[in-house]
Design a protein around this ligand. Structure first.
Ligand code: AHG
Ligand code: MN
Ligand code: MN
Ligand code: MN
Length: 333
């Protein structure tokens, strides 16, 4: 099979009836190049002084890892000067990052989780980068956080890089989901999977089961049925996986099905669950839906949620449609 590069794929997309604008194509190329740079840093490990804590805290109240900060800087520096963006937002930055006046501004806004799965950095387990692209509102002046408050259904592109045994880039611009593998010798992203589809049924679930005592009733009921296996109401056995890097769990689900859950729980006071809507749940929901899966917050479609805060959190149930529909129905009961 003749393999094509990300560049050729995007040019063909631009020419086809899907006609993604040249500006969006160029922006995606810049983000992909930045992910290559992050992958290079990740691969150095202890040899590159990228492990361990940065001894600073982010707006999430998390102690930042060095690689959280490094990957954030890589994405900012790569995207500032290209002229495709009006502003950026990141898990690692409290407020939005307008493009400096010395550079031309563009019509897109880029949001990202620069390093997803930070607790896995120092133990050599797969981690990643998640990104989401929105259009700047027409007639926008100086960008504000309010300009980013757009539902996930407004995304024009979303993707993630997963830094694992291979470095891969998974991308959607609303016309299906494609996966590119980094050819390290040539330094290019090569199309290796097209039109990825998530099986509607699955026997595999992903949840951090150590939180079970805190779960609300619908989640308890759903997971207990999975644990009851063939002897229980579901009449079949299930398997569990939990990598604690959302990108890696989602990548597995994209390839062989499964349901990923990070529910709200009884401990939540100010915000529900752990995952952030704008740069984790929304981009992953876009990808999952484009691959025939589903993504809800237990009650509503994630991409219908009207955001009100840049770093707001949301419960997440996503993956194989049959299972997401089932666990969501348990929340309606
Ligand atoms: P991040 O490292 O960007 O803060 O995200 C980590 C998230 C997500 O990647 C993962 O699914 C989840 O945290 C794991 O949470 P637990 O450690 O509570 O299992
Ligand atoms: Mn994350
Ligand atoms: Mn992160
Ligand atoms: Mn984090």
């Amino acid at each position: 099979m003749k393999r094509i590069s990300l560049t050729q794929y995007l040019v063909e997309e631009q020419r086809s009836h899907n006609s993604i604008p040249a500006e969006l194509r160029l922006l995606i190329e810049v983000v992909a190049r930045a992910c290559k740079t992050i992958s290079h840093s990740v691969g150095k490990g202890a040899l590159g002084d990228i492990l361990g804590s940065a001894n600073t805290e982010n707006i999430q109240g998390e102690v930042q890892k060095k690689l959280d900060v490094i990957s954030n800087e890589i994405l900012l520096e790569a995207n500032e000067w290209g002229g495709h963006l009006a502003a950026m937002a990141s898990e690692e930055m409290e407020s939005i990052h307008p493009i400096p006046n010395r550079y031309p501004k563009g019509e897109y806004m880029l949001l990202f989780d620069p390093l997803d799965g930070s607790s896995n950095i120092d133990v050599n387990v797969s981690i990643g980068t998640i990104f989401s692209v929105l259009k700047a509102p027409d007639g926008m002046g100086e960008p504000t956080e309010q300009d980013f408050m757009q539902a996930g259904s407004k995304q024009v592109a979303a993707g993630y890089a997963v830094y694992g045994p291979q470095t891969m880039l998974v991308l959607t611009t609303g016309n299906g989901v494609n996966c590119f593998t980094l050819d390290r010798e040539m330094g290019s992203w090569v199309l290796t999977q097209s039109k990825m589809q998530i099986p509607a049924a699955t026997k595999e679930f992903a949840i951090n089961a150590s939180n079970a005592r805190h779960w609300h009733e619908p989640v308890k009921r759903y997971v207990d049925e999975l644990l009851a296996g063939a002897e229980g109401a579901r009449g079949t056995n299930f398997n569990m996986r939990w990598i604690a890097s959302m990108v890696a769990d989602v990548h597995r689900i994209l390839n062989r099905g499964g349901i990923f859950m990070y529910p709200a729980d009884l401990r939540d006071t100010s915000m529900p669950g752990k995952l952030r809507l704008m740069y984790e749940a929304n981009p992953m929901a876009f990808i999952v839906e484009q691959a025939g899966g589903a993504a809800t917050d237990g009650k509503n479609r994630i991409m219908d949620i009207e955001p009100h805060k840049l770093h707001q959190r949301v419960p997440v149930f996503l993956g194989s449609k049959d299972e997401v529909v089932r666990v969501t129905s348990y929340h309606q009961a």
